[in-house]
Design a protein around this ligand. Structure first.
Ligand code: GDP
Ligand code: GDP
Length: 453
């Protein structure tokens, strides 16, 4: 009735605006045991520290949301190089490289009680080369008396050491002020608001990523090196596909095949995560003539959880025979059932099959990813839907949807204002119907519920 409607409308005012543009990324780097995890927990208030223990949540996820002085940022715990890494120099280089690629600011953590070690100095040399701002943390300064020890760390040449006790919280406010001050005006790690659309071309080793990129570059006879008015990271490739220039993020290594610290699987997945974060749309490449693997599924999940548009391209289609085709459709039903909305393409980087379908698929996915449904249309549709299929009665009552609004795009997010909590099954039903009505193919969407208090 009228009163409900007014209340819902009033509540609309306190929806957080989710379309805020890029959120800066802060990476935490340092030797094992210097207190990185403790510091990350301190900064995020321990709220999300258990993310990794939730079943079904990918263990590659090392990024957390943080807030300080009203400013949002993402904090990435890059772990530490393995304690007994056989080639320590390489491990240090890989960690620093991953951090620099992901981050707008690097938090370099040193144990002030131990002082700067050779490994610390090696890491500093790598970080300097990366060119990102570095904030030096002198950790384990638990009281004023120990503060003097942190002064020795000026010798690292990273400027002022910030004495902190991650364990007790001492100095962490000042540190976060320094971090915010070091964030560049326009974050570079996550999203560039203007310029060509950003594409992550990802997949496990040997699925044909570099072959596909080379094929695309060759077909169009143009790898663009610079476009007036846009800055492009040296790790990205601008490639013209389907008459449009696209920014394939973090792919320079694919084309050149040199100059990269190969690193462990862990760093490979960190790079994949970084590329996905930096992109608007991801092409996840699979090897169609091999079974869909857990690693394939993990990468697909990363894209969906990061809220990016998704195209799954089955490569090496030239090797797929009748038998394999049947097998594959069973695997798709079983292994990709969580992403039925993903756009799918069967391609061959070798023969060029269907490679011309990539650009139209990218455009479709991006269009649906940024779709905004007018509030009037959304509510007309929901009213009809709820009339035809009301929420099931629970304990003699059925919660009602009062009003809905699209709170954001990229990906589309919807908020339902209701008289009480909805069954998860009913929310999924609404989501499915929203997809049928408004076409979000290639894009994840979020539907959340706000019961009236
Ligand atoms: P990481 O390997 O760098 O992630 O280090 P951890 O966060 O796991 O910390 C290693 C050890 O140092 C743990 O036993 C922590 O409790 C301890 N530690 C971390 N920060 C502090 C601190 O500020 N003061 C003291 N005294 N101990 C700390
Ligand atoms: P990346 O590790 O994902 O970059 O994979 P590569 O591009 O290096 O390809 C791995 C191997 O698969 C190479 O031997 C390629 O020649 C081969 N390959 C890539 N695409 C195709 C394809 O479409 N068909 C066939 N038959 N082989 C392919």
């Amino acid at each position: 009735d009228e009163a409900d409607f007014e209340e819902a409308e009033a509540a609309e005012g306190d929806i957080e605006e989710v379309d805020e543009g890029p959120v800066p990324v802060v990476a935490v780097v340092g030797r094992p045991n210097v207190g990185k995890s403790t510091l990350v927990n301190r900064i995020i208030g321990r709220r999300q520290a258990v993310v990794e223990d939730v079943p079904g949540v990918t263990r590659d996820r090392v990024a957390y949301d943080a807030l300080w002085s009203g400013r949002k940022f993402t904090i990435v715990d890059t772990g530490g190089w393995e304690r007994d890494a056989r080639d320590r120099a390489k491990a240090i280089a890989a960690q620093a490289e991953a951090a620099v690629l992901t981050a707008d600011v690097v938090l370099f953590v040193v144990d002030a009680r131990v002082g700067a070690t050779d490994d610390d100095e090696a890491a500093v040399r790598m970080l300097r080369r990366g060119g990102k701002p570095v904030v030096l943390v002198a950790n384990k300064v638990d009281n004023a008396r120990q503060e003097a020890e942190s002064a020795h760390l000026w010798s690292l040449g990273l400027g002022e050491p910030h004495p902190v006790s991650a364990l007790h919280g001492r100095g962490s406010g000042d540190l976060l002020d320094a971090v915010l001050a070091a964030i560049p005006e326009e974050p570079t790690g996550v999203a560039r608001p203007r310029g060509p659309h950003r594409v992550a071309l990802v997949g496990r080793p040997n699925v044909g990523k570099s072959s596909l990129l080379n094929r695309l570059a060759k077909e169009e006879r143009a790898v663009v090196d610079a476009i007036a008015g846009t800055t492009v990271d040296p790790v990205d490739s601008l490639v013209s596909v389907g008459g449009e220039v696209w920014n394939f993020v973090d792919t320079a290594g694919l084309r050149k095949r040199v100059g990269f610290a190969s690193g462990t699987e862990y760093y490979a997945s960190l790079r994949t995560a970084a590329a996905i974060e930096a992109a608007e749309v991801a092409i996840v490449l699979l090897d169609a003539h091999e079974p869909i693997s857990e690693q394939d599924q993990r990468i697909i999940t990363m894209v969906a959880e990061a809220g990016r548009a998704l195209i799954i391209a089955f490569n090496k289609w030239d090797l797929v025979d009748e038998d394999r085709r049947h097998q594959l459709s069973r695997e798709i039903e079983r292994d990709l059932r969580r992403v039925p909305w993903a756009l799918r393409l069967n391609v061959s980087a070798m023969t060029g099959r269907a490679v011309d379908k990539l650009a139209p698929a990218l455009r479709t996915a991006l269009e649906n990813w940024s779709r905004r449904v007018p509030t009037g249309r959304l509510n007309q549709f929901l009213t009809a839907l709820v009339q035809a299929t009301p929420h099931p009665v629970r304990g003699g009552r059925a919660p009602r949807i009062l009003f809905a609004t699209q709170a954001g795009t990229c990906p589309p997010r919807f908020v339902l204002f209701t008289t009480g909590p909805l069954d998860p099954g009913y929310v999924r039903f609404v989501e499915r119907k929203l997809r049928e009505e408004f076409d979000f193919a290639g894009s994840p969407i979020h539907v959340s519920v706000r019961p009236r208090k």
